[in-house]
Design a protein around this ligand. Structure first.
Ligand SMILES: CCCCCCCCCCCC(=O)SCCNC(=O)CCNC(=O)[C@H](O)C(C)(C)COP(=O)(O)OP(=O)(O)OC[C@H]1O[C@@H](n2cnc3c(N)ncnc32)[C@H](O)[C@@H]1OP(=O)(O)O
Length: 206
């Protein structure tokens, strides 16, 4: 990739905070329906996890310092809730820019993202597409904030199967940016999105 093209997704490291976040994602998944159906000693688990949370909170920088840090270095790509290797809420979905100007990534979603039985929650699909359309704008060079995001849910989006999430910028007219994208399972489009973004950028915290 050309060195002047933007980084779309921070590279996860298997050490330090990234490794801890990967473990946290496993914990979130393992906790789902782990109560009555598990032989684990949940009181003991709760006590150990509370100790971990207290240790982290005790040693964390202030919220304001963290907000500033999130916009330095690799920027929000380490922290965003879709691709961020430091964000345990992110599935994560790594995104790559393609020579044709589009971007795409693959992800397999598990139990924490369930909506209908065995299927991805529609709001989770909206999150993935809002972000991916936004990053497609960044890749194309003109970006902004989501004004309107229109989704069509064509068929249920399966859990536990590799999904492709892709997007491309369609047009830029003044401050208005039109962008489209899809989530596919195999060749089948499960969700399609049309976004109207408005070129506006909030100031970074400093
Ligand atoms: C590597 C990774 C990097 C980083 C990549 C990160 C990717 C992250 C992607 C996540 C994206 C998000 O979730 S962003 C977060 C969600 N979005 C928001 O919170 C936005 C909240 N809304 C706003 O701040 C505002 O309403 C705006 C910015 C949308 C528009 O306000 P404005 O700036 O005052 O614009 P305004 O002058 O009124 O309008 C300009 C033109 O846009 C049209 N317009 C205005 N609002 C809308 C609208 N909602 N839907 C349609 N069209 C609209 C107007 O009719 C007008 O058209 P005309 O008269 O000129 O024809």
């Amino acid at each position: 990739m050309s060195p002047d093209r933007p980084t779309l997704t921070a590279t996860p490291h298997n050490v330090g905070v990234d490794a801890a976040v990967a473990a946290a994602r496993r914990v979130v998944t393992a906790l789902l329906h782990a109560g009555d159906g598990s032989a684990a000693a949940m009181a003991e688990v709760a006590s150990r996890l509370t100790a971990v949370a207290e240790h982290l909170e005790e040693h964390a920088p202030t919220r304001d310092e963290r907000l500033v840090d999130m916009w330095a270095g690799e920027g929000v790509t380490r922290h965003d809730p879709v691709t961020g290797p430091e964000n345990a809420v992110a599935p994560p979905l790594p995104l790559s820019g393609l020579p044709d100007g589009s971007i795409q990534g693959t992800v397999t979603l598990g139990l924490p993202y369930q909506g209908p039985p065995g299927c991805v929650h529609g709001g989770v699909s909206a999150l993935l597409l809002d972000h991916t359309l936004g990053v497609a704008n960044h890749w194309a060079g003109d970006s902004g904030m989501t004004g309107t995001l229109t989704l069509r849910y064509h068929r249920p989006t399966p859990l536990f199967e590799e999904l492709t999430v892709r997007a491309r910028q369609v047009s830029v007219e003044g401050r208005k940016i039109r962008t489209t994208g899809e989530i596919l399972a195999g060749d089948a489009v499960c969700v399609s999105a049309e976004g109207l973004f408005v070129n506006k950028h909030l100031p970074r915290p400093r």
